[in-house]
Each structure stands twice: as structure tokens, then as C-alpha cells.
Unconditional design. Structure first.
Length: 155
């Protein structure tokens, strides 16, 4: 099993606005860091090398980030103990505060590439049901074995 993660954010301005410059200027660096971090498997991207052109929600200001990691510990290391944490600390400069879940984790079979629709469903279920093996958070995780059971139940 691998760990999929999605997070979304509503940007304060279009990406070419000066307000967003600090975020946009760091995208390539942070994506390269992710790809060289132990445990990284895959990330959603377009031909531009990131996913900022994708707008999977009716709100055009919502960006999506979707990736796959070998373990929760390796993802946690990247998110909270690498240079990535600098973007987390500064996110209020570029993103509006979300009043609903904006990040979800779930276990997938190794080799599976999650779709944006799958990620949206995980976020929606997290909002509706709270953390479950189907969609959970760093604060309330579930082990891979629970993910296998959730996968079997959904088939």
C-alpha cells in the first residue's frame, strides 16, 4: 500500500498577480524537493510541471495538489521537516482560510495513480463523515490495513 494525499487551497488572486509571486516563484523548487525526498512516488502535474492550470472545482481560485508516497512517515517528513514547511508557514499570504477540510490522506494499492475525481471524493467524504479509513488526516490517521478493508468494502 502507498499513501495518497490531496490538498486544496483558494488563492487570494490570479497566479500572475504580484500577491502570488512568492508562491509561484517557489513552485519548481518545492516540486523538485518533493521528487527527491525519500518515499516520493508520484505527483499530479501538467506539461508545465505543476498542477496550477487544473481547476477541478466550480471556484476557479481553488488549486489542487495530489501526490503519492510510500509511507505516512515519509510524507510527514517532507511536509513538516523540509523546506516545504516554509510555504506552510506563509500560506496565509497566498491562500484564503478554508472553513472545511482542505487536505485528505488515504491508502491505495502500490501502482495505483489516484485521479482528481477520486481525490475530490475523499475530501467530500472527510467533510461528511470525519476521519475514517476511507479518508483521514495526519492528526487522525489510519494504518494501511484499514485502507485495505476500506478498499475491499468500496468494491
Amino acid at each position: 500500500m502507498h499513501l495518497a494525499q490531496v490538498n486544496i487551497g483558494r488563492i487570494k488572486a490570479p497566479l500572475d498577480d504580484p500577491i502570488m509571486a512568492g508562491f509561484v516563484s517557489r513552485l519548481d523548487d518545492i516540486n523538485a524537493l518533493a521528487e527527491t525526498t525519500p518515499g516520493f512516488v508520484w505527483r499530479l502535474q501538467t506539461d508545465e510541471g505543476n498542477a496550477t492550470a487544473l481547476r477541478p472545482y466550480d471556484d476557479d481560485r481553488i488549486l489542487v495538489n495530489l501526490s503519492v508516497w510510500r509511507t505516512m512517515e515519509e510524507l510527514r517528513e517532507f511536509v513538516y521537516r523540509s523546506r516545504h514547511v516554509e510555504l506552510l508557514r506563509a500560506r496565509e499570504e497566498w491562500f484564503e482560510k478554508f472553513e472545511r477540510p482542505y487536505a485528505a490522506l488515504w491508502w491505495i494499492p502500490a501502482g495505483h495513480i489516484p485521479s482528481v475525481d477520486e481525490a475530490k471524493e475523499r475530501l467530500a467524504r472527510l467533510e461528511r463523515d470525519g476521519p475514517t479509513p476511507f479518508a483521514f488526516t495526519f492528526q487522525q490517521p489510519f494504518p494501511p490495513e484499514a485502507g485495505l478493508k476500506a478498499l475491499a468494502a468500496s468494491m
